[in-house]
Design a protein around this ligand. Sequence first.
Ligand SMILES: Cc1cc2nc3c(=O)[nH]c(=O)nc-3n(C[C@H](O)[C@H](O)[C@H](O)COP(=O)(O)OP(=O)(O)OC[C@H]3O[C@@H](n4cnc5c(N)ncnc54)[C@H](O)[C@@H]3O)c2cc1C
Length: 486
Amino acid sequence: MSGTPAELPEGRFDLAVIGAGATGLWAALCAAEAGGSVCLVSRKPLAESASFHAQGGLAAALEPSDTPELHATDTLAAGRNLCRSPAVDVLTGEAPGIVRDLVDRGMKFDREPDGELSLALEGGHSRRRIIHAGGSRTGRELTGTLARMVADQDGIEVREETSATALWSDGERCHGVITDRGPIASRATLMASGGAAALWRRTSNPWGAIGAGPVIASAAGAELADLEFCQFHPTCISAPDTPTDGALITEAIRGEGAILLDDSGERFTDELAPRDDVTAAILDRIEQQEGREIRLDLGAIPPEKFPSVFAMLEKAGFSPGERPIPVAPGAHYMMGGIAVDLDGRTTLAGLYAAGECACTGVHGANRLASNSLTECFVFGRRAAMAGLDETPAEPGEIPGWRFEPPTAATREAVWNLAGPLRAGSELEQLVGDPYPLAGAIGKTALAREESRGGHRRTDFRETRAVLDHRHLIFLPDGSIEPRRWE
Ligand SMILES: Cc1cc2nc3c(=O)[nH]c(=O)nc-3n(C[C@H](O)[C@H](O)[C@H](O)COP(=O)(O)OP(=O)(O)OC[C@H]3O[C@@H](n4cnc5c(N)ncnc54)[C@H](O)[C@@H]3O)c2cc1C
């Protein structure tokens, strides 16, 4: 890698964290509380994080008849024989403790009149286990609380309005992060830059979710995994050519009784099946009724239960109490990302990753609803703790490579060529896209010759048992290696 000789900036942090969504804020807090010096690189505004926008909540087995094992069973079933089961055990086993920890720190989750935590139901869950705040304002409440805790922590230096543009890597080891305001040296670096669903034109995600983390990590020498798996959320508002197109209507609303109706006003699917099934049912029905839209009937839902959703719909000109809302699938969550072990370790020494930019394999081919906020906390803490154990190394040269964001043409191409239904002849056209992650998505989706979870090929409609637990690893040289994770 060509570059300029390293000029050590003043001091070296124990941990540099890239991204201030739920994962980054929480990981920074955990590391600082454990005595580490932390630099948190935060691209403002806070509302650019997906965490801020989260509506439904986070999943944990807390109801008396529920157990982490039942939560794991549901997660594995949704993941379509592609989940890494030790990661699932970690997620579901540590989730209840995370909720108790957040409550002890003052996080105000919604409660029932008897004082117990209010637990919602979402698709694919066999029990009520979604903890939420402010109705459907969970993300806003969570990130606000975490940001206040971070601001009160002396051990965290926050670099606001700062973007990571590369890793300080010699291809063998990461020594910190290069930002648009200069290099930051650190013993360990934690990528917490969020997902990539905004690479698809039609998306529920804020603009920042363009997969910068995987692009930067791959350029620095780390492996990526499962890039062919994006989750398309079934109920994004369909309002083409308006700013509301793609906005999410939380699944928790279907948990409370909202129903999906076809063109003739008939129900046609189980609204609480896992997301890939509901999305597939909607796409099939839209095709059968020659492109005419599907609607979500909210007539039975008390607006005070989901105030922010109803306010958003009314502001956009809908009358949710009177007329069902047109909906269609939109890109929502990236299951793939930077390949990591259960402690967030990437294949590049000194580099860790957690949250949506990482791929532990916990979600398999289809994430179970509300497991991702839980993931941010469970794996964010584990990665922060593991990072503090890194031994310092002499930094090498500062690399010359810098991150370039995708163009509107790339987002259009990713939606058109690698959308909820994709074919080999279309994916081939994406392989040469100038944005590296778009090309990598095209390549891996082309290599997976089957349909599974979020990946549906019109030219390979069946799921092939021989590909169970077989992950496609995208190597830094651009080649693909199948690997088995149990
Ligand atoms: C509308 C919506 C609703 C959702 N609802 C739920 C839900 O109810 N339950 C659930 O479990 N999940 C939900 N999800 C998914 C969940 O919110 C995300 O998976 C999770 O919040 C990701 O957290 P994160 O910390 O990994 O990333 P993010 O919250 O996206 O934070 C990443 C941060 O990194 C910043 N960043 C990116 N690149 C750089 C860079 N180069 N330099 C510096 N900073 C950078 C971003 O701007 C962002 O602020 C929802 C997602 C959306 C979009």
